[in-house]
Design a protein around this ligand. Structure first.
Ligand SMILES: Nc1ncnc2c1ncn2[C@@H]1O[C@H](COP(=O)(O)OP(=O)(O)OP(=O)(O)O)[C@@H](O)[C@H]1O
Ligand SMILES: [Mg+2]
Length: 311
């Protein structure tokens, strides 16, 4: 369905997307996970043909985005990170407007707008102006606008940022249903939980580069150290950290000067916990809390970059 090859983009001297490559099969739900400024929106804008790329190629169903922009616009629906709706127009009129951009008019467009309103659960608010909607409702209409022309590939850029949990769940369920009906999905987020729930394959992007790509199971298996034991201590000392590093099955310890937190990467954390804690205490560290984190996309990101997804 989609092939992204060696995509590059710079603004001035700053390279913001460096060699991004991935492919997506028809019917897949692909998650692009990365922190603020990683290059998610820039990558998506290049895939949709909204901004030109400096290098590389994007193929949608084997058609180049550069050579056949109109054909590709019909195949793709984009839900932008910023709400793109007219506040003084009604929900239905906004949908009709977006439908018209894709050549939908008359009774066909009206029928489609009603279907979309029903699908996003806002049929009863069809005639209300967008400016009277809650943040979550605006997000749902924003998604609806991208669905008007029944795209084969739906690309969503952080569609749940800044909204209440109820709207968030509604959106996640909507995306799940669309994928179950056969629509191919690209879902960008910096929320690991959302990507874990929705996506069968994941690309982790950081500083303009895809640093991990595969199914969730494949990615978690890559975690050399297995799980993470997180220790919060009152006083950190290099001696204590070195002593823990020497223990069996400990592969890596991450910590920064700013926090009193240690992330100890370890196999079989439940077996090793006692020894790690007693070594820390023996070395004079006072432990405030202990938490075991099983391998997941968040701990993988931590291991690959030394940072958490949401700093
Ligand atoms: N038009 C632009 N001019 C200059 N720099 C830009 C422009 N657009 C994006 N950038 C820079 O490119 C980098 C990637 O931005 P991008 O918006 O793609 O990140 P993102 O992963 O979508 O982040 P977020 O999660 O905050 O939305 C950032 O450093 C950003 O400042
Ligand atoms: Mg973005």
């Amino acid at each position: 369905m989609l092939e992204v090859k060696d995509l590059k983009k710079s603004y001035g001297k700053k390279a913001v997307v460096k060699n991004v490559s991935f492919t997506i099969e028809k019917g897949e739900s692909f998650g692009l996970l990365g922190p603020n400024g990683a290059g998610k929106s820039t990558t998506i804008s290049m895939i949709c043909g909204l901004i030109p790329y400096d290098h590389g190629e994007v193929l949608v169903s084997n058609h180049s985005v550069k050579k056949s922009p109109m054909l590709i616009k019909q195949k793709i629906g984009v839900v932008p990170q910023e709400i793109a709706l007219y506040p003084t127009m009604s929900a239905k009129d906004n949908l009709l407007f977006w439908g018209k951009m894709y050549g939908l008019t008359g009774s066909v467009a009206k029928k489609r707008a009603e279907e979309v309103l029903e699908f996003v659960g806002l049929k009863d608010r069809a005639k209300d102006r967008i400016e009277t909607f809650s943040g979550g409702m605006k997000r749902r209409i924003n998604i609806g606008a991208a669905l008007m022309h029944e795209p084969e590939l739906l690309i969503m850029d952080e569609p749940t940022v800044g909204i209440d949990p109820q709207s968030r769940n509604h959106i996640l369920e909507t995306v799940k249903r669309l994928n179950e009906k056969g629509m191919t999905i690209i879902y960008t987020s910096h929320y690991m939980e959302e990507v874990e729930y929705l996506c069968n394959r994941v690309g982790i992007i950081d500083d303009g580069e895809v640093i991990a790509l595969g199914s969730q199971a494949e990615l978690c298996n890559r975690l050399a150290g297995g799980s993470v034991i997180q220790l919060i201590v009152e006083n950190k000392s290099d001696e204590a950290i070195d002593a823990i590093k020497q223990l069996e099955n400990v592969s890596q310890i991450l910590h920064t000067d700013e926090t009193n937190q240690l992330e100890v990467f370890v196999k079989n954390p439940h077996d090793r916990l006692g020894e790690i804690v007693s070594t820390a205490v023996h070395q004079g560290m006072k432990i405030v809390s202990v938490d075991i984190k099983e391998p997941n996309l968040e701990t993988l990101f931590l291991q690959l970059t030394g940072r958490s997804l949401r700093d």
